[in-house]
Each structure stands twice: as C-alpha cells, then as structure tokens.
Design a protein around this ligand. Structure first.
Ligand code: GRF
Length: 200
C-alpha cells in the first residue's frame, strides 16, 4: 500500500520526527503529507516548518464547534491527499466523523502493553507511574488502530521492554520512547509491504 501520511501530535513529536527521519533516509517508503497539532506552540509544528512539510494548528480555539473542528481535520487530511493518519502524542479524542472518514486508517502509539495501563486519563508520566506501582516485570509499547475510544482498537504490534529494579517513571518513559521510535516505523513498513493488512 502506498503510504501518504498525515500526522497529529500535541507536543514534541519525537515519534513523528523518527518516522520522517526514516522516510528521508529511505528506511521507509512513505510520503509525509501534513502535520496537524491542536497546540500552536507544539515543537512538532516547528519541526514540520523546518522540514518544509505542510502544517497547521486546528483546535477548539479556532474551531469552538467540535463538528466544525472535525470537518477541518478531515478537510486538511483530504486536501493533502492523506490515506493514513498517524497519531503520536495527540492528546485529544477524535470524534465519530474523523474516525468514520478514515475507518481503519488511523493509527496510534501508546507507551504500555495495552490493554494494560491504557484508557481515559492514562497519558504521559502517569502510565509509567502505574507500571512502577504495579507488580509488572515488563512494560512496552503498542501500535493500534484507532476506533474512537481511548487506547482501544485492533493491536497491530507490541514490543516488550524490561523494567529494572532501579527504574523510576522517568527512566522508564525514556526507555519506552526510544523503542517507540523503532516500532512505529516498523509497523508502517509492514503495512507498506502488505504484511499487515489494515482491512482484516
Ligand atoms: C509517546 O510516548 C506516545 O506513545 C504517547 O505520547 C508520547 C508522545 O511523544 N501517545 P512524542 O511527542 O512523540 O515525543
């Protein structure tokens, strides 16, 4: 499948950067079509600007009406010929309109072994705190299809990452993020090659 990617991220966008880096280095056959953030100060928008990738900020500030915001997201993706939406640290829940417009074509990455430590309110350092406060001997990262619920939807790939005795939520977060940067591109490669079928 030809990959024409539209990214959505709220903050750093290190996952977006890792994927775009792999595209630039020819380690991933894909096109980076557009970057959308809900946060006008997001680093991910600066990165897109520096790399000459179209970018825009779409949020409840410029679209107080949620339905219009959803239409703006769909319009931006379509105008840029996106066929696969890549969420990476996008902190808002997408609504029905976007999910239906891109059914089975929206992916997300989550820094735990879903279904563990996922769901509403589980984001950022909280996830790693929950792992530290559990008996889990390992953690991980998950790439899944987005179906409109928090961290739900078909799991496409996971990697297991050990938890060490000295780990803090911060050391765990840093280790998991490094693995995320590898996992997301690997999943995209498998989709591009037809090894993962998103319509299954
Ligand atoms: C990642 O840990 C991702 O799994 C989660 O949000 C974080 C985003 O990090 N959904 P970054 O913005 O890609 O650096």
């Amino acid at each position: 499948m030809e990959l024409r990617l539209g990214f959505m991220a709220s903050h750093n966008g290190s996952n977006v950067e890792a994927i775009i880096g792999n595209i630039e280095n020819k380690n991933l056959e894909a096109l980076a079509k557009v970057v959308i953030s809900n946060n006008s100060d997001a680093e991910v928008l600066k990165m897109a600007r520096d790399k000459n990738i179209p970018y825009t900020c779409l949020s409840s500030k410029n679209y107080p009406d949620f339905n219009l915001l959803e239409q703006a997201i769909i319009g931006t993706m379509r105008d840029n010929d996106v066929n696969l939406v890549i969420l990476a640290g996008y902190m808002k829940l997408l609504g029905e309109d976007v999910v239906n417009a891109y059914r089975n074509r929206i992916l997300n990455i989550h820094p735990s072994l879903l279904p563990n430590h996922g769901g509403r309110g589980m984001y950022g350092i909280r996830i790693h705190e929950a792992v530290i406060n559990s008996d889990d001997e390992e953690t991980g990262a998950t790439v899944h299809v987005v179906n409109g619920d928090y961290d739900d939807g078909r799991i496409l790939a996971q990697c297991i990452i050990p938890r060490y005795e000295r780990d803090t939520p911060e050391t765990l977060a840093e280790r998991v993020l490094r693995f995320e940067h590898v996992l997301y591109s690997q999943v995209l490669r498998d989709i591009q090659k037809g090894i993962i079928n998103l319509d299954e």
